[in-house]
Design a binder for this molecule. Sequence first.
Ligand SMILES: Nc1nc2c(ncn2[C@@H]2O[C@H](COP(=O)(O)OP(=O)(O)OP(=O)(O)O)[C@@H](O)[C@H]2O)c(=O)[nH]1
Ligand SMILES: [Mg+2]
Length: 288
Amino acid sequence: MHIHWFPGHMAKAQRMIREQLSLIDVVIELLDARIPVSSANPVITELVGTKPRVVALNKSDLAEPARTAEWLQHFRGRGFTTALLDAASGKGSKELVNRVEAEAGEKLARLMAKGIKGRAVRAMILGIPNVGKSSLINRLLGTATAKTGDKPGVTRGQQWLKVGKNLELLDTPGVLWPRMDDQEVAFKLAVTGAIKDDIYDMEKVILKLLCILREQYANRLCERYKLSEAGLPAEAGELLTLIGTKRGCLKVGGIVDHDKVRRIILTDFRAGKLGQFTLDHPDQLTAD
Ligand SMILES: Nc1nc2c(ncn2[C@@H]2O[C@H](COP(=O)(O)OP(=O)(O)OP(=O)(O)O)[C@@H](O)[C@H]2O)c(=O)[nH]1
Ligand SMILES: [Mg+2]
């Protein structure tokens, strides 16, 4: 499975991020709590360099809490300031603002020493497409100012927004990276919704997802689709057909509509209907 999705607007956004970075006090890097490593853009990491950064794990409502705790510990162990977020409900957003302001404190103190007083903290929100950057901004503003959507690539331009008196935020378009060599990472980005659905091979992605579900979460599959664990087919293709039959996803002539079943499974997975998932595991990281 080879996925390459780096359209012109992302290249442009990457240039914009590079240009704006010198104005920024703190970077808020939004990661997807379900894939905290796979959702970290290596190009962004390089761009941000040593600039103060808060690593925020968003969509925490969709991730396995025990894994999330491990991940937070992992990032803190590497010296990062972290925050836990659910930008859809706004949970954790106030705490994030506190951390961002604290992170900027040193710089503001330096400015103050130079006689520049009362300047707002400038933060830039970075993250892959669909991770929740605009949702976070709306939560912080308390209005639906930034456009959001349940598909990647919603934000196109840059937008500065003022949160209270002390914080200015720059929303940015989601950016992936030009060379995605790790196909395991590509799978995780596709299944969690960071890559446009018509860019990747949905059939392969769903079959892989079904294999994972079959092996590790058979009980959840059975519960959601009213299957019996004893009768679960070992083969993912057969499992897909079985779910389609149970769901009554049939085309004319009584044939299972595989495309429709794939979309049902994907939508259920992304919405948390199959439970909480963390697809990146800290214990899989090689020591570095
Ligand atoms: N369950 C859940 N959904 C979230 C959370 N944060 C954002 N979403 C949803 O994720 C989708 C994407 O949110 P956006 O805020 O548009 O994401 P974005 O990062 O601005 O995306 P681009 O502009 O495309 O890069 C929307 O449907 C949000 O409602 C969260 O913490 N939990
Ligand atoms: Mg956006």
